[in-house]
Design a protein around this ligand. Structure first.
Ligand code: ADP
Length: 614
């Protein structure tokens, strides 16, 4: 039963975005065409309008070559006939232009509406997924699905369908008219076309494989570049610039070697297919010319120079429609892949929902772990928490301590219900966390991480991220969090932009904003991951003061790295290798002379706990 659950969580993808099985082979999936069509359902009205435009414009386009030929013949008869035929041709083109506008506008509009709807829907679905999902799906890949997969599907469901219909109509219409103009000549053409297309298709496949190889090499180079650029600090500190350049150079050289062959293949393709295609046209031209010659020399072949002109134009129209249709095939295949990936995402039901569940009348900060066992779904083989049982009473301050990798953050993650335990229970108040509405209880719990993330917006918006608040409230919590003073030094105060394009804040400043962001929620339970990296003394003092103020009257669980914090705790829980090694007050545990004391002594010498132990 458990295994099944794990398999459902894990979707792995290769570089091409195909879902892969345990051995890394792509999983073949059926395409749900019906669903793809349904996706465009709200746009059917607009698409119907676009189709009208398409039918009329295609009919006009198909009729035009007939009149081209008529112009050539009329020029040999009289000026009047020539003028009236050209005017008719002009009317046909005006009709074409009007309906082509309708066609292009409505199909593109339908596509834009579809892609906007799909993106909103997909993002909403992604953001609702459980945290385990984000452990196994890379951000870049998910953003790619939002940006490019949706675009590809949009094109396939609207514009490409319109092109497919258009080219089919154009091809069939032209062929019918060609038969009507001269069956024998059409017969000659149809005899040579399959030869040209078979050669073109086969050679095309070969070129495509080579192009794929080229893309793969390029993707390898891309990964390497991304890794080195995003880790520039490490590269710089190890003086690794030359090494990075040489590695990237090697990868690019490999892609260039394939690229060189690809250039020859492209050239040969153009030449070969061109030769065959123009050879076919030359044959038609010769045979057609012969029929015109016979016609003017007594034999009634029905082929005037005008008819031959029309015929040649139709030949070009058919050839063009055929070439564009084969390009469409590639687009559709791409869309099939993209739609599978999108539907997969849309079908994924999060293991931990973000809403629905009970809402309690009152919540105190009590937390209880009852025999909790847990593995991360992305690494099911590693046991992370084993039989964790402890209670945090309302108003208590509990410090989680222990060696790095022991499982302290995991405990905090479970209180936030980022993941569900494999067995055992976590109670909030006296109620199983699993029965509570996550959106509701998460607003009662606030978390301040080690390196808080601020969004790329104003300080004000960052503080009021979890709720709507007045400027006065924002300022009050900022004062409480010791942030008001430094915010006031900025020219734009609370409207100062932070994040990537905003001002750079120090670690201590970020933490104080994060504390303000937590305080504004007025949480009953505060979770804090103390910073391990040393802040400067002034900053540390200000952060500490803010934390002390924040914890007053609240239940407080802290992943502690400072001796002063542990000393103040009403209970210290020592987590080692996923188990509770010891539990009690600082004094009790020191007296016990066990793991905790050893840990404190070791950390003191390692410099993590700054103060002296007495
Ligand atoms: P601590 O907070 O005590 O340093 P953690 O709770 O972060 O320890 O980690 C406990 C174990 O769980 C470690 O072995 C770590 O590698 C693993 N772990 C932590 N986060 C994840 C995750 N998102 N996915 C998989 N394994 C994880």
């Amino acid at each position: 039963m458990r295994r099944l659950k794990i398999v459902r969580i894990l979707h792995r993808f290769n570089d091409k975005g195909q879902e892969i099985d345990k051995e890394g082979k792509p999983i073949k999936k059926k395409v749900d065409i019906k669903r793809l069509v349904k996706l465009a359902k709200p746009e059917w009205g607009i698409l119907a309008g676009g189709s009208c435009g398409l039918l009329v414009s295609s009919a006009a386009q198909t009729a035009a070559p007939l009149f081209f030929g008529a112009v050539v013949d009329a020029a040999q008869k009289s000026m009047d006939e020539l003028t009236s035929t050209v005017l008719t041709l002009l009317v046909i083109y005006i009709v074409y232009a009007i309906f082509a506008v309708i066609r292009a506008w409505l199909f593109t509009l339908a596509g834009q509406r579809l892609v906007a709807r799909l993106r909103k829907h997909l993002f909403n679905h992604i953001i609702q997924q459980d945290v385990a999902f984000f452990d196994t799906n890379r951000t870049g890949e998910l953003c790619n699905r939002l940006a490019s997969d949706t675009q590809v599907v949009q094109n396939a469901a609207t514009v490409n369908v319109s092109m497919l219909v258009r080219y089919t109509l154009q091809m069939v219409g032209s062929l019918v008219l060609m038969f009507y103009l001269n069956a024998a000549l059409t017969g000659v053409l149809l005899a040579v076309v399959p030869i040209v297309s078979i050669v073109a298709v086969q050679y095309g496949k070969f070129v495509k494989k080579m192009r794929q190889k080229f893309q793969d090499r390029l993707a390898d180079a891309g990964t390497l570049a991304e890794e080195n650029i995003s880790s520039i600090r490490t590269v710089r500190s190890f003086a690794g610039e030359n090494k990075a350049s040489s590695l990237y150079g090697d990868e690019i050289q490999k892609s260039y070697e394939v690229g060189k062959k690809l250039a020859v293949a492209y050239g040969a393709f153009e030449g070969l297919v061109g030769l065959l295609a123009y050879g076919a046209i030359a044959m038609v031209l010769w045979y057609g010319g012969k029929l015109v010659y016979d016609n003017t020399h007594g034999e009634n072949t029905g082929l005037t120079p005008g008819v031959l002109t029309s015929f040649l134009l139709y030949t070009l129209q058919v050839a063009m429609a055929f070439a564009l249709m084969s390009a469409l095939y590639g687009d559709f295949m791409q869309a099939v892949g993209a739609s599978i990936r999108i539907f997969d995402l849309l079908d994924r039901i999060p293991d931990v929902p973000t809403e629905n569940g009970d809402v309690l009348y009152q919540l105190d900060g009590r937390v209880e772990f009852q025999h909790v066992y847990f593995n991360y779904p992305s690494r099911p083989e590693t046991k992370v928490l084993k039989d964790i049982t402890f209670t945090v009473e309302p108003g208590e301050m509990v410090a989680l301590v222990g060696p790095s990798g022991g499982g302290k953050s995991t405990i905090v993650n479970l209180i936030e219900r980022f993941y569900d335990p494999d067995s055992g229970k976590i109670l909030l108040g006296d109620v199983d966390l699993k029965t509570l509405d996550p959106q509701w209880f998460r607003k009662k719990i606030a978390m301040v991480g080690q390196e808080p993330t601020l969004f790329a917006s104003s300080i004000k918006d960052n503080i009021a991220y979890g709720c709507s608040a007045t400027d006065y409230q924002i300022e009050e919590v900022a004062k409480e969090a010791n942030a008001h003073e430094f915010i006031s030094t900025f020219e734009e105060g609370y409207n100062t932009l932070v994040g990537e394009r905003g001002v750079r804040l120090s670690g201590g400043q970020k933490q104080r904003i994060a504390i303000a962001r937590a305080l504004i929620m007025n949480p009953v339970l505060l979770l804090l991951d103390e910073a391990t990296s040393a802040l400067d003394a002034e900053s540390e003092h200000l952060v500490q003061e803010a934390v002390d103020r924040a914890m007053k009257g609240r239940t407080f669980i802290v992943i502690a790295h400072r001796l002063s914090t542990v000393r103040n705790a009403t209970k210290v829980v020592v987590i080692d290798k996923g188990e509770i090694a010891e539990m009690g007050t600082h004094d009790d545990l020191i007296a016990k002379n066990g793991v905790y004391k050893r840990l404190v002594l070791r950390q003191l010498t390692a410099g993590s706990f700054h103060e002296s132990l007495d």
